[in-house]
Structure formats: structure tokens, C-alpha cells
Design a protein around this ligand. Structure first.
Ligand code: SF4
Ligand code: SF4
Length: 356
């Protein structure tokens, strides 16, 4: 991480004081235990950061890109309808404790929303957020970020660099945190925090913990020549067998994926017609109606829809954006009611090709 501006070490108490300091000026949205799972929630009295969480159900990127938002509102007047500007909320927020897979997930999502075509609504929401990352040491059964290079510790990935992904990065060193800042916003967030410069032992401890975290993975994805492998196998029988035999078109996989961006536009009309709103809501390529166009449906089978999801993440995205559309978080397979696993599908296709 050559672009780091500075690094310090803060005790657990200093870190807690820092969070309290941040809460005075920002809404701090952090991973909080909610029953058996952990979700990003605004920190309020009595809520504590879950420092050891594995994965949240809804990813950090979808804290910014919400399931539903109003784009335009029309209000009835004596003369007809008047368009009213919908000004997105301007509350300053910090997305706190984001794991590296989700930091990259946000950057991947932003290749769509803030790339060639700028989405004004997303840009306006995103401008309210600063991000504090947290290197991950709690590797879940379905996690495979190490295979795609997005974790468990934050580093450069397929042309992306840490300074764009987060403003501050924390590493739990056991009883103390290594706090690295990137860019002016990171330095500003740390202003007023009492912390000491890291010693060579602190840096060594970070490296030791990173190596130990990498040893904990139980799942992997073989990425050798993966985009072309899938392109060559668009007619592989697994699409039909898995798609038609197991996929329920429930759309869970796309709802929890940090990089899925598809949306639909609806008109919401009040019963008394006084207000009409144009809203956008998340959509899913796994929904049968997604590909309905005048005169037909170009992806009417579950086979075709599942192939689209897997090949988009692991093949087409690379062709379009130069990076995978999958950051290895494991959410889609965790929340798939029938356990459909894109890494297993890719492995099955590879094994069949190698047998030939
Ligand atoms: S495709 Fe699945 S594993 Fe990959 S980023 Fe999306 S939810 Fe995570
Ligand atoms: S979560 Fe599983 S069953 Fe539901 S749409 Fe996705 S692949 Fe199909």
C-alpha cells in the first residue's frame, strides 16, 4: 500500500472514543449484531460495532444504493401537474467497518454508476459517505475473496487502488488497531485522535494476521482463463440441469450481491391523484419478467437466467470493465434456498472440459 498517507496505532479505548467523536458530526453506519446475523445499522446508544463479523446479509454498497428511491415527483396544482425536484438527503454518513470484499464490491458497482454513464442520483447519495474499512480475519464457510484477489486484507485489485475505495482502514491487531488513512478525507477523520505511530512489531503483526487469515479459507474459485472457459461453454448441460432443476427464480442471489445494479422504473400514483412519483426499485435478472419486451421474453427459461447471472459475474464483466463482477463474498450461495453455487458451477464446467 504505497499510497497510504499515514498509519497510527490506537488502543481499543482510543478507538471507542474516536467512534464517539465521529458520531457527533456523522451518522456512523456500522456492522451490528442483529440476532444471528450482522447488518449495517446507524450506531445509536446501546449498539456496538461487531468487530468479529464474517459477512452481513445486505452488502455495504447497498446501504448507499437503496432498494427504492424517488426520482421525480409530480404534484397536482390548479393548472395541472408540477414537477418537483427530489433532493436526496444530505446527511453526512460514515460507512464503518466495511470488509475488503465489500470495499471492492462498492468500487465494482461504481464502475456502472460512476463510470462512463454517471448516475446523478447515486453520485449525489455517494457524496454523503466516507468509508472506514476493516481488514477481515473472520473467514466464513462460503467466502472465497482470496481466490478473486479482493480480500481478506485490502490491497490493489484489477486496476483499483485503496485510496479510491476507503478513507481509513483498520486492522485489529489484538487489543489495539492499526489505523491507516488514505487521502485528505482520511486524515480529516482522524483529526483529534490520540494515537501513536506504529512500531515495526505492529506492521509485522499485521502481516502475520493477514497470512493467518489466508490460511482459514475453505472455499476457492479457480480463475485460470475463467472468462473464456465460460464463454466456450454456454451450452454446457449444467445450465439446464441446475437452472431448471434447482433454481426457484426467487432473486435472492441478486438482492444480496454487492455488485448487482439492475433496477426498474415504476410510477406510483396516489389514489386521489394529488401526487405521482416516479421511483426506481431494484430489479433482478433472475425474475422471469425481467427480460420481457414487446413481442416476447429473451430470457424466458431459468436455464438462460442462471447462465446470465454466472457468466455476467465471471466472464462478461471482465470483458466490459476489466475486473470480475464477483468479489467472492459468498452471499448468493449462502442465501440461495437450494444452495446454487457459482464457484461449483465453474468448477464443474472446468472439470468436464479437462476430461475431454
Ligand atoms: S456473485 Fe455471489 S459471491 Fe460473487 S459478489 Fe455476488 S453475491 Fe458475492
Ligand atoms: S437465489 Fe438460487 S434459487 Fe433464487 S434465483 Fe438465485 S440461483 Fe435461483
Amino acid at each position: 500500500m504505497t499510497d497510504q498517507v499515514s498509519a497510527r496505532v490506537a488502543s481499543v479505548e482510543q478507538t471507542a472514543e474516536w467512534i464517539e467523536l465521529l458520531r457527533r458530526d456523522y451518522e456512523v453506519v456500522a456492522p451490528v449484531k442483529t440476532g444471528k446475523t450482522t447488518s449495517f445499522r446507524p450506531l445509536a446508544e446501546g449498539l456496538e460495532v461487531d468487530w468479529d463479523y464474517t459477512i452481513t446479509t445486505i452488502p455495504a454498497s447497498k446501504t448507499i444504493y437503496s432498494p427504492q428511491e424517488t426520482l421525480v415527483r409530480f404534484a397536482r396544482t390548479e393548472e395541472g401537474y408540477r414537477a418537483e425536484e427530489v433532493v436526496p438527503e444530505k446527511r453526512k454518513r460514515i460507512l464503518f467497518g466495511v470488509h475488503p470484499c465489500d470495499l471492492h464490491g462498492t468500487l465494482v458497482l461504481e464502475r456502472t454508476f460512476l463510470g462512463e454513464m454517471k448516475d446523478a442520483n447515486y453520485a449525489s447519495l455517494r457524496a454523503n459517505y466516507l468509508i472506514v474499512g476493516l481488514n477481515c480475519q473472520s473467514i466464513g464457510e462460503k467466502c472465497f475473496c482470496a481466490s478473486v484477489g479482493t480480500g481478506p486484507f485490502y490491497g490493489y485489485w484489477m486496476g483499483q487502488g485503496p485510496p479510491q475505495g476507503c478513507d481509513v482502514l483498520l486492522t485489529d491487531l489484538g487489543g489495539r488497531f492499526l489505523v491507516e488513512t488514505f487521502g485528505v478525507n482520511g486524515v480529516r477523520l482522524l483529526a483529534g485522535v490520540e494515537a501513536s505511530p506504529p512500531t515495526p512489531d505492529d506492521i509485522g503483526e499485521k502481516l502475520k494476521r493477514e497470512a493467518a487469515a489466508k490460511e482459514r479459507f475453505r472455499k476457492s474459485l479457480d480463475t485460470r482463463d475463467l472468462p473464456s472457459l465460460l464463454r466456450r461453454n454456454l451450452n454446457h448441460p449444467t445450465w439446464r440441469i441446475t437452472g431448471e432443476g434447482r433454481c426457484l427464480s426467487c432473486t435472492n442471489c441478486t438482492m444480496v450481491c454487492p455488485t448487482c445494479f439492475c433496477y426498474d422504473i415504476w410510477e406510483r400514483v396516489g389514489l386521489d391523484l394529488s401526487v405521482i412519483e416516479r421511483i426506481r426499485v431494484w430489479d433482478s435478472c433472475q425474475d422471469e419478467r425481467f427480460a420481457e419486451v414487446h413481442g416476447g421474453n429473451f430470457r424466458s427459461t431459468r436455464e438462460a437466467r442462471l447462465r446470465q447471472f454466472v457468466c455476467h459475474k465471471l466472464s462478461y464483466w471482465v470483458e466490459q470493465f476489466g475486473c470480475y463482477g464477483c468479489v467472492g463474498c459468498g452471499r448468493c450461495m449462502t442465501w440461495c434456498p437450494t444452495g446454487i453455487d457459482l464457484a461449483e458451477i465453474a468448477a464443474e464446467i472446468r472439470a468436464d472440459e479437462e476430461r475431454k
